[in-house]
Design a protein around this ligand. Structure first.
Ligand code: ZN
Length: 301
């Protein structure tokens, strides 16, 4: 017997039906802590990854450079469902009015995605650190919150003194999902290998309203802590939702199907509270990394 499903129903069931209203994304860049974070190179990758998910409309917003006048930089955050930050600056770069405008957007239910060194930014901006949960470098110390790490099923604070932020050499490492029923992690393998990248450790911050979705073991033999360090987390700030990934140092670190999929899913979740995307078939496994040919970094000159 042959049965036919109405075409529209079939499209809906297979997930092929395009979203009627694309999710508006602001991808923020314009500065980093150093040439090692090449935002001019990584932003196009981050943009294309979102565009490939088929549910987003992405607009890149480039903040003025260091030393420029910020008085006319007043992005209308409320035009966007989510702000993806590929941006790292010291506290004094943003005028108070701009900081307050972003806080208000988040309090009122905005979305934010923190990629890698965006968690280095604004060490003394209290609300920003509440949004990211943990951060590193730029002079952060015990005054800015404890170290946070994962042990025995819990996210624990370490109140000891010291600088925030470290990483070893860029080698492949295993990500372990700790929360498997969150919309972002649901359906992902419990463990997966990430491509050679920086594994952030010794991160400090308020750690409030923070759920650590995934961790990676920071090996002492590679300047690590001997602890399971948070790498993917979600947070609440007012009515706002935040997805924070510490992964993605450079083009090679971004070219991991695990990074791409969690970033696409995390951005949708931060914007809407839901994830409609399927887990890609080429997702990495517990023993094997996975990359995409169309995100292969250009050969070095
Ligand atoms: Zn880095």
């Amino acid at each position: 017997m042959r049965t036919f499903l109405p075409a529209l129903l079939l499209l809906t069931m297979t997930g092929a039906l395009p979203a009627a209203q694309p999710i508006k994304v602001m991808l923020l860049d314009g500065e980093s802590g150093g040439a090692y974070h090449d935002w001019r190179a990584t932003t196009p990758y981050l943009q294309r990854m979102l565009e490939q998910a088929g549910v987003f409309q992405v607009e890149v917003v480039t903040a003025p450079p260091k030393g420029a006048d910020f008085s006319n930089f007043k992005p209308d955050f409320s035009k966007y469902k989510v702000v993806v930050s590929n941006y790292d600056v010291p506290d004094e770069r943003w005028p108070d009015e701009l900081k307050q405008s972003f806080e208000k957007y988040m309090q009122n239910g905005g979305g934010m995605v923190v990629v890698h060194a965006a968690d280095n930014a604004f060490p003394k901006w209290k609300a920003y650190n509440q949004m990211i949960g943990i951060g590193g470098w730029r002079g952060r110390t015990e005054a800015d919150g404890p170290f946070w790490y994962y042990k025995g099923g819990k996210v624990l604070p370490d109140l000891s003194a010291g600088k925030a932020g470290s990483h070893g050499a860029r080698i492949a490492f295993k990500i372990v999902n700790r929360v498997t029923n969150h919309p972002i992690t649901k359906g992902l393998p419990a463990e997966w290998m990430h491509v050679p990248d920086e594994l952030y450790a010794r991160m400090r911050g308020p750690g409030e309203n923070m759920t650590v979705l995934a961790t990676a073991f920071s090996d002492e033999s590679n300047k690590g802590t001997g602890r399971d360090e948070p790498v993917l987390m979600v947070l609440k700030f007012g009515k706002g939702r935040i997805f924070h990934t510490t992964l993605g140092h450079d083009l090679a670190g971004l070219n991991c199907v695990g990074f791409i999929a969690t970033y696409q899913r995390g951005t949708e979740w931060a914007a809407t509270g839901k994830v409609t995307q399927k887990v890609p078939a080429d997702f990495p496994t517990a023993t094997k990394t996975a990359t995409r040919a169309d995100f292969t970094p250009p050969a070095k000159k």
